[in-house]
Design a protein around this ligand. Structure first.
Ligand SMILES: [Zn+2]
Length: 258
């Protein structure tokens, strides 16, 4: 959290407000989760040329500089926030008459400043890949499908919630090896991810605990989860099984998912 739908929600809300504005100042409240802080002084007076996200990471671009936010579990980026959201402020961006606050409650979050393209070390953003590429990337990785889906170096954007939901929709067990999944099943998984992610973006993401959008509001996709956090399968009424995969609680139906 956030995953692709939440990061896309935040960046698409912020973009029309702050793209093209001049960065007048950055106020730093907490130092320890900011990397390459020395580069920040170069950004003052520059126009924000792009606000977007690469997978789960939201970024602001200022010419050849990139400010990348890893929002982890409790991070937020809120424009002109109410007073209570200043409590966890890490950095405040003053862009003309607008303030964007980067806040973090648990401090697992990160803000990293780069002076060159920062996303080479990640796999392609899920939104940019076609089914053929999706199948090629995953089928060669020879490991558990859920681990492969959540590995940002393989494909960027998918985390625990949307991996659980998509595997359920596609009828694929999260414990399957990527090499034993058929092309037909991969197509189903790809289409499930597209549908789920698009609908989740429409609902401004899922708020399980702390996620809020760029206006400080909770998402609504959690009301549409079919398997994540559930006890009974909505398809067959079997008991939903939970297992830990890489320390993340994985929900699945042992009857519907093969
Ligand atoms: Zn079921």
């Amino acid at each position: 959290m956030p995953e692709l739908p939440e990061a896309t929600t935040i960046s698409s809300q912020l973009s029309p407000i702050i793209k093209g504005l001049t960065l007048n100042n950055i106020v730093i409240r907490k130092n320890n989760i900011i990397k390459n802080k020395h580069l920040l002084a170069n950004l003052i007076g520059m126009k924000c040329s792009e606000v977007s996200n690469y997978g789960k990471m939201v970024y602001f671009r200022f010419s050849s500089y990139w400010v990348v936010f890893h929002l982890a579990l409790t991070g937020y980026l809120v424009v002109d926030p109410p007073q209570d959201l200043y409590k966890y402020s890490v950095a405040e961006f003053l862009l003309d008459n607008n303030i964007v606050v980067f806040g973090a409650k648990r401090m697992f979050e990160k803000m990293i400043v780069y002076d060159s393209y920062p996303f080479d070390k990640y796999g392609p953003d899920f939104r940019t890949i076609k089914p053929v590429e999706f199948i090629k990337i995953l089928s060669k990785s020879n490991r558990n499908i859920k681990i492969a889906l959540m590995d940002q170096k393989t494909i960027a954007g998918i985390g625990n919630i949307y991996a659980c939901e998509a595997l359920f929709k596609a009828g694929i067990s999260p414990t399957r090896n990527t090499r034993n999944i058929t092309a037909q099943e991969y197509h189903k998984l790809y289409n499930s991810l597209v549908e789920i992610i698009n609908f989740a973006i429409q609902k401004r993401g899922s708020t399980i605990s702390d996620y809020i959008d760029a206006f400080g509001n909770k998402g609504e996709y959690q009301y549409y989860h079919k398997i994540y956090g559930k006890k009974i399968c909505p398809n067959c009424s079997s008991k939903v099984k939970t297992i830990k995969i890489q320390e993340r609680l994985t929900y699945f139906c042992p009857v519907c998912q093969k």
